[in-house]
Design a protein around this ligand. Structure first.
Ligand SMILES: [Ca+2]
Ligand SMILES: [Ca+2]
Length: 83
């Protein structure tokens, strides 16, 4: 089960993952409003579920807002400067 999730996350490149996740809303995904997206909450999203393991950078089983932001927003430093 875990292995399958990892494989799916690995197949999608980081950038396509970010593009996919761009349509996600943290508040919608955080169903119980505790400020983090648990694995169970992520499982409710066909888009986020396969990305969860990759997105959970500190591997605590929850996506906090920083981890979620890193997933949905491609690295800012890669964007052209000025606007
Ligand atoms: Ca939650
Ligand atoms: Ca985490």
């Amino acid at each position: 089960m875990q292995k399958r999730v990892l494989t799916l996350a690995t197949i999608g490149s980081f950038f396509s993952a970010a593009a996919l996740a761009g349509g996600l809303s943290f508040m919608e995904l955080d169903a119980n409003g505790d400020g983090v997206i648990s694995k169970d909450e992520a499982a409710g999203s066909a888009t986020l579920a396969p990305l969860f393991t990759e997105a959970d950078r500190n591997a605590d089983g929850n996506l906090d807002k920083d981890e979620f932001a890193a997933l949905v927003e491609p690295a800012e430093e890669a964007a052209p400067a000025g606007k």
